[in-house]
Design a protein around this ligand. Structure first.
Ligand code: ZN
Length: 191
């Protein structure tokens, strides 16, 4: 995260949901597709941590983990769906504690839209920047490609660092066909 420390990178828009950038120390990160460590209510949109949900599930299902512990591998690879249902039939799911709604991971799945507010924050970040660097994404989905289009439309330099072709190549000012780690490490070394 040397690039951010030196003010070269103003923020990161990522399609990862595994908090790699946060764990690496990045300060300004927009998790476009959500975060695996959070859970959202489909009814009231309140967000809680997965850790908190896990505590509630444990309280609702005393002894459940122990009862299936020996069979966890069987559950995951079972070709027979009945076996899975049988073993989890007594599991009590936790509804939203605020409204009773259904909870799901706060992750944008294929076919879902990125929340409008998050898209606007990402656009604002792009608008505040002098240039856009695409690092290690094929831009296969529109959720990322639209920011490249925005920067290009505004006449800003767009640099794409990726080993293969991307859907943003025709909009790029510079294409670097290299690994992201190597390219960005060399860039940081020269600052
Ligand atoms: Zn709710």
């Amino acid at each position: 995260m040397r690039l951010e420390e030196r003010g070269v990178v103003r923020g990161i828009i990522t399609q990862n949901v595994d908090l790699l950038h946060e764990d690496a120390g990045a300060r300004t990160v927009i998790d476009l597709h959500g975060r695996y460590d959070r859970v959202i209510c489909l009814s009231c949109s309140r967000v809680i941590s997965r850790e908190h949900l896990a505590e509630r599930l444990t309280a609702l299902n005393p002894g459940f983990i122990e009862s299936v512990a020996g069979n966890v591998e069987d559950i995951e690879i079972a070709p027979d769906a009945d076996a899975v249902i049988e073993q989890t039939a007594h599991f009590h799911p936790a509804p939203c504690e605020f409204c009773g709604g259904v909870l799901k991971p706060e992750i944008v799945y294929f076919g879902e839209n990125v929340p409008r507010e998050r898209v606007e924050r990402a656009y604002a970040l792009v608008d505040s920047a002098d240039a856009l660097l695409v690092a290690g994404s094929s831009l296969a989905v529109m959720s990322g490609l639209r920011f490249v289009k925005r920067a290009a439309k505004d006449g800003k330099p767009v640099v794409v660092v990726n080993r293969g072709v991307t859907r943003g190549d025709s909009l790029a000012t510079l294409l670097v066909h290299a690994g992201v780690t190597q390219a960005l490490t060399e860039l940081a070394d020269r600052l």
